[in-house]
Design a protein around this ligand. Structure first.
Ligand SMILES: [Zn+2]
Length: 461
């Protein structure tokens, strides 16, 4: 359809998520401890004045109304950060030599401008669609002054997916990274980037990052950094998979002192068995199984059925090594929360003793050091005191005779051992149930989802 100039310009303003790479601060020494490439230890740079600042729906700009220093791109009324302007000019010049004429459609957009746009799209298309094509204010890469929407000088396919087949679309896809620009919202990656395919949206990250990003083969900047696009994508789907965010060694056991079985390339999907220890996950890949550090996994989704019901029941007495002594195996950032997106409180030197509070999540431990409490990656912490796990559990809860069986069909749980009895619920096929007593006339007393009742033994194995 024929879009008016103002509509096209408005469309041009599509905000986008962002990319970034950042060498902020975390764990610089990781490489020497895990034999994962240094790049893997990269943490997200969220400083909006840095060229590699990472911005997306889940990682908004801080401060939200950040205003970068920008200058007008010559021959346009559009502004970009000077570094991006220089790179853009160079790119335009080189493209021209090949007979390709790039036009800048949109660059820097302020918070207020973005708010205006987002509201406009919402009015036009509804919120759901607006979210796919534009950013909420404070979450747009355009607000960094480092994102450029490009088009053909004749206006062909401006801000439409057919742009990918135009001369500028093809040329930039192939060459933009040489100038420090990367295609930020690639095709088929909406679930990760949070945005529909935008073959025209390029983010300036500098040539060195653009190069390592391109060489990494990562599909998106989110993959590259090992972050999920939206905080809502819950790692709870129970699929039992994860994605590697670095070339990652699979080892025979938990910890870098174990033998390397093989190295899993970055960006691969691996299977999780459900076992997890001190921030390491048991995985299988290429028909081998072993352990990998959880620090270099994203989209971690543990298999749902991994925990036999009996375990969750027995409230493991605060087994936690409450206040147990640990030692850092690297210079280690203590953060306000579990994950590298949290603020660094202080850096604990290598070899220092820290106290684990007993809290842990996704491979991170809460520790106390120098009267500060915060979170550190469990990968760089070793035990100094004998871990006194499991023992107390076993003693306090004598092993039940219970066993676990699996349903081989959708199976009715009934109030008694006969089909005449009332159905309590239907247990889906393939679920684990706890057998709580002895069999009676071919029926078993079982527990499932905290309900107890009887099921026919015909459909258990
Ligand atoms: Zn854009």
């Amino acid at each position: 359809m024929a879009l008016s100039v103002s509509t096209v310009l408005a469309l041009g303003v599509l905000p986008g998520p962002a990319m970034a790479s950042g060498q902020s601060s975390a764990v610089q020494t990781a490489a020497s401890y895990t034999s994962v490439p240094v790049a893997a230890a990269r943490t997200l740079d969220r400083n909006p004045s840095h060229l590699d600042v990472f911005v997306n729906k889940s990682y908004p700009l801080k401060p939200a109304k950040y205003v970068p220093k920008t200058s007008k791109v010559p021959g346009t009324g559009i502004r970009l950060r000077p570094e991006a302007t220089n790179a853009y000019n160079k790119m335009v010049k080189d493209a021209k030599k090949s007979g390709v004429h790039i036009k800048l459609i949109s660059g820097y957009r302020s918070y207020d401008r973005q708010a205006q746009l987002f509201n406009q799209y919402t009015r036009m298309y509804g919120k759901k669609y607006a979210e796919r094509i534009s950013a909420r204010p404070g979450t747009s890469e355009h607000q960094t002054g480092l994102a450029a929407d490009v088009g053909n000088s004749n206006g062909a396919c401006a801000l439409q997916s057919c742009f990918e087949n135009t001369p500028v679309g093809k040329w930039t896809k192939k060459n933009a990274h040489k100038y420090g620009f990367i295609l930020r919202y690639p095709k088929g990656q909406e679930a990760v980037t949070g945005y529909a395919y935008e073959p025209w949206h390029f983010r300036y990250v500098g040539t060195s990052l653009a190069k390592s990003y391109t060489n990494s083969g990562a599909k998106t900047l989110e993959h590259f950094h090992g972050v999920a696009a939206t905080k809502k994508s819950p790692p709870k789907s129970g699929k039992g998979t994860a994605t590697t965010t670095a070339n990652l060694n699979m080892r025979t056991g938990v910890g870098t002192s174990n033998r390397v079985v093989l190295t899993i390339p970055r960006g691969k999907t691996i299977k999780l068995t459900g076992s997890k220890k001190s921030g390491w996950y048991q995985v299988s890949y290429n028909s081998k199984s072993g352990w990998v550090s959880g620090t270099y996994l994203s989209n971690v989704s543990l298999p749902k059925t991994s925990k036999p019901k009996t375990e969750t029941k027995k409230k493991p007495a605060p087994e936690k090594n409450t206040g147990s002594a640990k030692k850092t195996t690297a210079n280690l950032n203590m953060r306000t929360g579990a994950g590298t997106s949290n603020r660094v409180i202080l850096t604990i030197p290598k070899g220092k003793s820290v106290k684990a509070t007993g809290k842990s999540t996704s491979g991170w431990l809460q520790v106390t050091y120098k009267s500060k409490t915060g979170w550190v990656s469990g990968t760089y912490v070793a035990n100094t005191s004998a871990p006194k796990k499991s023992k107390p559990k076993a003693e306090s809860t004598p092993k039940k005779k219970s066993s676990t069986k699996q349903t081989t069909a959708n199976l009715n749980m009934r109030t008694g051992n006969s089909t005449k009895k009332k159905i309590i619920l239907t247990i889906p096929k393939g679920k684990k149930v706890e057998v709580t007593g002895s069999k009676k006339s071919g029926w078993y007393p079982v527990k499932y989802k905290s309900k107890t009742g009887w099921v026919s033994g015909t459909y258990l194995r």
